[in-house]
Design a protein around this ligand. Structure first.
Ligand SMILES: COc1ccc2cc(-c3cnc(C(=O)NCC(=O)O)c(O)c3)ccc2c1
Ligand SMILES: [Mn+2]
Length: 249
């Protein structure tokens, strides 16, 4: 039967994606950070269900010991897995990702000087809640091509007293942004040194799905460096999605 209800939901989401794009353009250019609530509405529950299925299937690996340049090991407490969103158990995660892509499409070339032409796969992360977090870091300190970090949070009835706050200390500002990882919240921030950030120790299980978008030019430069024997940050190298991102309107 012609499912008018499903069609109507999709139409509502398309309208929501346009609305969100306008917020992203304004806030990213003004503050370098954008926080959007109620991105998917009810659909968020299905994304959470996919994440829990993934977790039950045991694909999450322990957070890597990410050894930074000065060889001090910064231990991350998150467990992660990478998904394209086309895998059978990830259809709803796939829908989330395509809605993120649609938002970026509607932003067009209005995000700083960037021209976005690709992204990583989606990183599904779970901080297990034994007081682990993630020390202060910059996602892309050395021009690996990632220009925007996009995180979707899945934590129902989140109680800020359990920690797990994302704390961004924007470079050049005196302010600090404390962002609670609440359910159906979508955030964007510049991935480079403008936004050092940390995940405060979390005492409750904390789920998030992250995608990093590539700037065409910076990514091409990073690939050239790789060819000349440089190191492409492992966070991006094997994780670049094989799906060409078509952001044409
Ligand atoms: C070896 O390859 C890898 C694979 C995955 C990697 C993931 C991260 C990462 C970066 N940032 C965050 C974060 O800021 N989360 C903020 C939040 O959840 O609110 C996070 O959870 C994880 C860094 C390096 C990686 C290297
Ligand atoms: Mn980060």
């Amino acid at each position: 039967p012609y499912d008018t209800f499903a069609i109507d939901l999709q139409r509502q989401q398309q309208e929501r994606n346009r609305q969100v794009a306008e917020l992203v353009v304004k806030d990213l250019n003004d503050f370098g950070i954008c926080v959007v609530d109620n991105f998917l509405g009810q659909k968020g529950d299905q994304v959470l269900a996919d994440v829990k299925k993934l977790q039950q299937s045991g694909v999450f690996q322990d957070g890597q010991l990410v050894v930074s340049r000065n060889e001090t090991a910064t231990v991350r407490g998150d467990k992660i897995t990478w998904v394209e969103g086309t895998e059978t158990v990830c259809q709803n995660i796939g829908d989330l990702i395509s809605n993120m892509d649609t938002v970026l499409m509607h932003c067009g070339d209005r995000l700083g000087k960037y021209h976005i032409n690709g992204r990583t796969k989606a990183m599904v992360a779970c901080y297990p809640g034994h007081g682990t977090g993630y020390v202060k870091h910059v996602d892309n300190p050395n021009g690996d091509g990632r220009c925007i970090t996009c995180i979707y949070y899945l934590n129902k009835n989140w109680d800020p007293s359990v920690g797990g706050t994302l704390r961004i200390t924007p470079d050049g500002c005196s302010g600090v942004a404390n962002i609670e990882p609440i359910f159906d919240r979508l955030i964007f921030f510049w991935s480079d040194r403008r936004n050092p950030h940390q995940v405060m120790p979390s005492y409750s299980r904390r789920y998030a799905i992250t995608v990093w978008y590539f700037d065409a030019e910076e990514r091409a430069m990073a690939r050239r460096r790789l060819k000349q024997g440089g190191r492409l940050l492992e966070a991006t190298n094997p994780k670049e999605t094989s799906v060409p991102l078509n952001l044409k309107k």
